[in-house]
Design a protein around this ligand. Structure first.
Ligand SMILES: Nc1nc(=O)c2c([nH]1)NC[C@@H]1CN(c3ccc(C(=O)N[C@@H](CCC(=O)O)C(=O)O)cc3)C=[N+]21
Length: 278
């Protein structure tokens, strides 16, 4: 029986800490403001954006919501980002991804002022992370480090295996685990014997985007398993990249979906907003 890593509870603790910080800042006359831009009305994006607004309201962060139509041109979006860059009362800017196909995400991300890049997606933020200097860190991997630390799971000296090499999860996850003195291996679609590699992991982080792909035979007895995936099943329920029922009996600790990594992503976004004014 694995220990359940409760992302909902831990994210709640972080949000309460941030609420206190924001109240103290308010006493000094400092406000925290996040601008969230959504282009089009993809239902999943609308749910996430709604969750972000709710978290802002709870903590006491002002949120400005920009809901732009699907037909918005790249230049119109860039102009809005530039306006927000120039506004002194806006501390953080988040452009919800994915964007419609006629807009180049990379150009949009590069246009966000690095000091307002609360997603940690700007090349400057990524560069600072890779040389171990202060900057915004991508929220999902930052949240995973918090889950491990606050669950008393040591990273120092451990075999850490990350499955997935995306710019927003896999790569920054590897960087953060290195920073914590883990021994890190990154696997991806060209990895020859995936199972052989994942079975070495003391800490296994799975971000491959394949529903319930990781089964017990990929996991060493007692390993910590972190599931970044999110898929909706035919019955409407959410599940991850890890087959929870298969892996849970062999793992030492495991995150559920929902209630694991997802809520931590939002808590770390809030944390980045607060540190953008500090
Ligand atoms: N610029 C940008 N930044 C992002 O951080 C970003 C994004 N674009 N695009 C989409 C992804 C996805 N994402 C999630 C956040 C919270 C949950 C979350 O709270 N999940 C809940 C369940 C939510 C539900 O019930 O649907 C859970 O796992 O317990 C999930 C996914 C942020 N993203």
């Amino acid at each position: 029986m694995a220990k359940l890593i409760d992302g909902k509870k831990i994210s709640g603790e972080i949000k309460d800490e941030l609420k206190e910080k924001v109240a103290q800042l308010k006493e000094k006359g400092v406000e925290v403001t996040l601008a969230v831009i959504q282009v089009g009305n993809d239902p999943a994006s609308t749910v996430y954006v709604g969750n972000k607004k709710k978290a802002c309201a709870y903590i006491g962060i002002n949120s400005l919501a920009y809901e732009l139509p699907e037909e918005t041109t790249q230049e119109e979006l860039l102009n809005l980002v530039r306006q927000l860059n120039d506004r002194e009362d806006v501390n953080g800017i988040l452009v919800q991804l994915p964007l419609p196909a006629h807009i180049d995400e990379d150009t949009v991300i590069r246009t966000i002022a690095p000091e307002k890049d609360v997603d940690g997606f700007h090349p400057q933020s990524v560069g600072l992370l890779s040389i171990g200097q202060k900057g915004f860190v991508s929220c999902t991997p930052a949240g995973i480090i918090q889950l491990l630390k606050r669950s008393g799971i040591e990273i120092d000296g451990k075999e850490c295996v990350v499955v997935g090499r995306s710019n927003i999860v896999g790569k920054p996850m590897a960087m953060l685990l290195i920073r914590e003195n883990g021994t890190v291996t990154v696997c991806h679609s060209h990895t020859r014997d995936l199972k052989e590699v994942t079975r070495r992991a003391d800490i296994l982080v799975v971000a491959i985007g394949k529903r319930q792909f990781i089964t017990a035979d990929y996991v060493k007895e007692g390993a910590t398993v972190i599931d970044v995936g999110m898929h909706r099943k035919e019955d409407g329920k959410l599940c991850g990249d890890v087959d929870f029922d298969s892996v849970e009996p062999v793992a030492g600790a495991i995150t559920p979906v929902p209630g694991g990594v997802g809520p931590m992503t939002i808590a770390m976004l809030m944390n980045n907003c607060v540190s953008s004014v500090e």
